[in-house]
Design a protein around this ligand. Structure first.
Ligand SMILES: Cc1cc2nc3c(=O)[nH]c(=O)nc-3n(C[C@H](O)[C@H](O)[C@H](O)COP(=O)(O)O)c2cc1C
Length: 406
């Protein structure tokens, strides 16, 4: 029987999240004290050696990202709490249950890159989380634990693309949230042109334990290439719709059947989509894959944010993918042609297939279009939008063919 391992959620439901004394009594801010006693270069090397990879989707080694920050008078630490991915609520859960872990993680990063100012960019649909965070920050300031590092909260306005790090930076600067061309990467030129580290909530919240227990401890958990744990949120046709934290060598089957309690209503499993709206669809035959990012990639899927959407045998895959295509058509910011036109055309063709008006040529067209978008779109939104189309055509082609004109 697989078991949960709580690193990020170690204090969840054990402390009062809005009482910093509880956090301190549970060992909080000892890691920051230890980190501040370290040379920033050694701290970065330690985080690099832990192989903590970003938990916001792209899975980049956090320490390596920090090491790109050049010496500068002003640098920024930005936490991505945009969490716009439908079906994902892990970052909200972490912050609701233990906000100080996030603040401590950000302060550790601040010491590593010599920053005095942090920002948390919070999803616009989470106004109560903004209030919660502001209270937690005020307590940390009052206790003086953050030293000369300060953190402000900024609120988004409901655009999915603002989760993309450069669009997020534009939004914090007060501009329209559209992605920038990369390079330069934010680590070199981010907020107001200054070196900026952008990491996900879960990435930061892992840091206190890594600093306290060491890189080797963390690197030994889960799979070697993507060590540690992952917070997953189970939704859809699963018995237990819960947030769990499991080592990354846990398989998808264990997640659905041991933690999720299996399929609702005694029905059969049909598919699972992992990683959010742009995640690949996974059939029964691949359920024994571990949930780490590289294993998921090897089967053409993603770990992404860790949203786990389970679908039972009654679900209409083509209809679901059509709704997803509508979401992307709506959320495309329009800055680049491949995404603006591509998401629009994908939705058009999916509607045609779903309505039973398409031929095999439409399937060839949408596949070709998907490949072009993957390669040509400016940011991850347009690059990943065709993922559900491509993976369902790979694993559930019969569902499409049954809807074609004969
Ligand atoms: C369209 C789009 C939406 C994204 N939304 C989020 C998000 O809500 N939260 C997040 O942490 N990363 C999101 N990302 C990834 C960020 O661009 C970035 O890679 C991440 O914040 C870096 O943090 P990490 O290295 O700790 O994962 C999104 C990317 C794209 C392309």
């Amino acid at each position: 029987m697989a078991e949960e391992l709580r690193i990020v959620l170690r204090n969840a439901d054990r402390i009062d999240p809005l009482n910093i004394d509880d956090y301190l009594a549970a060992g909080g801010y000892r890691a920051l004290e230890k980190a501040r006693g370290m040379n920033p270069k050694d701290l970065i090397n330690e985080v690099k050696a832990s192989n903590l990879r970003g938990r916001g989707g792209a899975g980049f080694n956090a320490g390596l990202k920090w090491s790109f920050v050049p010496p500068a008078d002003v640098t920024y630490v930005v936490c991505n709490l945009d969490e716009g991915e439908p079906g994902t609520y892990k970052d909200r859960t972490i912050v609701e249950k233990d906000p100080q872990s996030l603040l401590e993680g950000m302060a550790i990063c601040a010491h590593a890159i010599g920053s005095r100012q942090g920002f948390i960019y919070c999803r616009g649909e989470y106004p109560y989380v903004v209030e919660h965070l502001r209270k937690a920050i005020a307590q940390a300031r009052d206790k003086g634990v953050l030293g000369d590092f300060d953190i402000q909260v900024r609120m988004g306005a409901g655009a999915y693309v603002c989760g993309e790090e450069t669009a997020l930076i534009e939004s914090i600067e007060g501009h329209r949230g559209e992605p920038r061309f990369k390079p330069p990467f934010p680590g070199v030129a981010g907020l107001w042109g200054k070196p900026t580290v952008v990491n996900n909530v879960e990435t930061f919240a892992n840091l206190p334990e890594i600093v306290l227990k060491g890189a080797a401890w963390f690197a030994g958990i889960g799979t070697p290439s993507y060590p540690g744990t992952k917070v997953l949120t189970l939704t859809g046709d699963v018995v237990n719709r819960v947030a769990i934290e499991v080592p990354t060598d846990t398989t998808i089957r264990q997640v659905i059947y041991e933690f999720g309690g299996g399929i609702r209503g005694g029905r059969k499993f049909k598919a699972v989509q992992i990683g959010g709206t742009s995640g690949g669809f996974i059939p029964e035959s691949l359920l024994d894959t571990p949930i780490d990012a590289d294993s998921m990639r090897s089967i053409g899927a993603t770990l992404g944010t860790g949203a786990v959407l389970v679908m039972d045998e009654t679900r209409d895959i083509v209809d679901i993918v059509t709704r997803i295509a509508k979401f992307f058509e709506h959320e495309s910011c329009g800055k680049c042609n491949p995404c603006r036109e591509g998401t629009f055309r994908c939705y058009e063709i999916m509607k045609k297939i779903n309505a039973g008006r398409a031929t095999a040529a439409d399937i060839d067209n949408i596949m070709l279009l998907s490949k072009v978008m993957t390669r040509a779109a400016l940011c991850g939104l347009g690059q990943a939008a065709p993922g559900p189309i491509m993976t369902t055509l790979q694993h559930f082609r019969g569902d499409y063919e049954r809807k074609l004109l004969s």
